[in-house]
Design a binder for this molecule. Sequence first.
Ligand code: SF4
Ligand code: SF4
Length: 134
Amino acid sequence: MLTGPEYVRQAGSRPERIGSEVVDGPAPFDCTRCGACCVNPLENEAVGFRTWVEVDDRAPILKRKDLVKKLVVIHSDGTKRMRLDQGGRCMALKGALGKKVGCAVYALRPHPCRRVQAGDSDCRKYRRERGITD
Ligand code: SF4
Ligand code: SF4
């Protein structure tokens, strides 16, 4: 069974490569034409969790007060997450999901954003959820 915060922490993830390159290998997904892992997963939504990517205390984005104000939610327990829009998309995600996307804070993106690798099992799951075909 999913436990919300733990699930969020483990799965809060983003590709290494969004905005820049096509990944080589058996599943050459182009992150610049996807963005699925920047959206709150359906499992999260189903259990009422409206938070996704964790922002750890050393994340470089926290040094930018302007970006924090716009893009980071600070919860009452002190944990921080990237702000989501009504549709569950990280508000730093620009463009059209499954067509052309980019991260507005790519150089400052939090560590979990670097965890999912294009073509891995999480990546494939997030893509399926969003109807982005292989
Ligand atoms: S779901 Fe996969 S292909 Fe899509 S942006 Fe994330 S890592 Fe890249
Ligand atoms: S900060 Fe960038 S890479 Fe991370 S979830 Fe948001 S849009 Fe995606």
